[in-house]
Ligand binder design. Structure first.
Ligand SMILES: NC(=O)c1ccc[n+]([C@@H]2O[C@H](COP(=O)([O-])OP(=O)(O)OC[C@H]3O[C@@H](n4cnc5c(N)ncnc54)[C@H](OP(=O)(O)O)[C@@H]3O)[C@@H](O)[C@H]2O)c1
Length: 267
């Protein structure tokens, strides 16, 4: 689907990747509904973007009813980019029940509810595209990330399943799975040191992948250096092969350090 002249709802627009995705989509001629919790940042972002038809809708996707309220405010959009996410980092035992629920809601349930609310109108029009921003952590596990892994594996499964239902009916469904992202975003906020042998990508590359997914109707795009993609895929095919999950390895220690860098306020 071409992007010029379309409308798109983008969640997580205030984040490191969200800002780059917003810039990319607006630059390609889409009118955006930008969402997040921080109104002032959303308004500044809207003003900074090319094109004049952007709107802002504040929503806390961890709260009851906010995903539905956001979908109603964005009714009629042609594109959903479900990008908002929490790092969900840490030992399972350190999480309260409320924190587990918040991670599941923001990372997994909200994208499902937004898609559920928005795709029927896309079906009526016979065109639309849903993009879910997952992670290489949706393919391969790493230390102290079990909750994040669960949400991102789940999001990938949801998107692949939904694609089988909607593809023949003219609605695209794509997964964009970044590896470690430098310059901005939750990996940088956590200290930004990659495990040995692994590399990084950029917010601009993730934004380009989102656009490519929409224009070329890609099922899945992994955005990371080749070695990182191969390592994640190996972990998907054979969990014992995951370099990050091997007990006591340098990779595991470094991956645990990344996880430990995430602020506990982001739970
Ligand atoms: N950065 C990476 O290395 C990386 C790698 C792989 C995948 N990803 C994925 O990429 C996506 C974006 O990540 P990022 O790096 O840009 O993270 P980020 O900079 O921490 O931004 C997270 C975004 O999610 C929004 N958000 C968080 N909690 C929310 C809530 N309760 N309700 C509504 N919005 C909420 C935040 O908005 P407010 O603060 O305004 O609410 C913010 O816009 C996430 O899904 C993440 O899992 C990131």
């Amino acid at each position: 689907m071409e992007i010029a002249g379309r409308t798109a709802l983008l969640t997580g627009a205030t984040g490191g990747l969200g800002r780059a995705i917003a810039k990319g989509l607006a630059g390609s001629g889409a009118a955006l509904v930008l969402s997040g919790r921080r109104e002032e940042d959303l308004l500044k972002l809207a003003e900074s973007l090319p094109g004049g038809d952007h709107r802002v809708v504040v929503a806390d996707l961890a709260e009851d009813g906010d995903a539905e309220r956001l979908a109603a405010a964005a009714a009629g959009v042609d594109i959903l980019v479900a990008n908002a996410g929490l790092p969900g980092a840490g030992w399972l035992a350190e999480f309260s029940a409320a924190e587990v629920k918040r991670a599941l809601r923001v990372n997994l349930e909200a994208p499902m509810l937004l898609a559920r609310a928005l795709f029927p109108e896309m079906l009526e029009r016979g065109a639309g595209h849903l993009v879910f921003v997952s992670s290489l952590s949706g393919k391969s596990a790493s230390p102290r990330t079990s909750i994040y892994n669960a949400t991102k594996f789940g999001l990938r499964g949801f998107a692949l399943g939904l694609r089988t239902d909607l593809h023949a009916r003219g609605i695209g469904v794509s997964i964009v799975s970044p590896g470690f992202v430098r310059e901005a975003g939750m990996f940088v906020d956590a200290g930004g040191k990659t495990p040995p042998g692994l590399g990084t990508t950029t917010p601009a590359a993730v934004a380009a992948a989102v656009e490519k997914a929409i224009v070329a109707d890609k099922v899945e795009i992994a955005v990371a250096p080749i070695l990182d993609r191969v390592a994640a895929h190996a972990g998907l095919v054979s969990p014992r092969a995951s370099v990050l999950a091997q007990s006591g390895s340098a990779g595991q220690r470094a991956a645990a350090a990344v996880t430990d860098g995430h602020s506990k306020d982001k739970r």
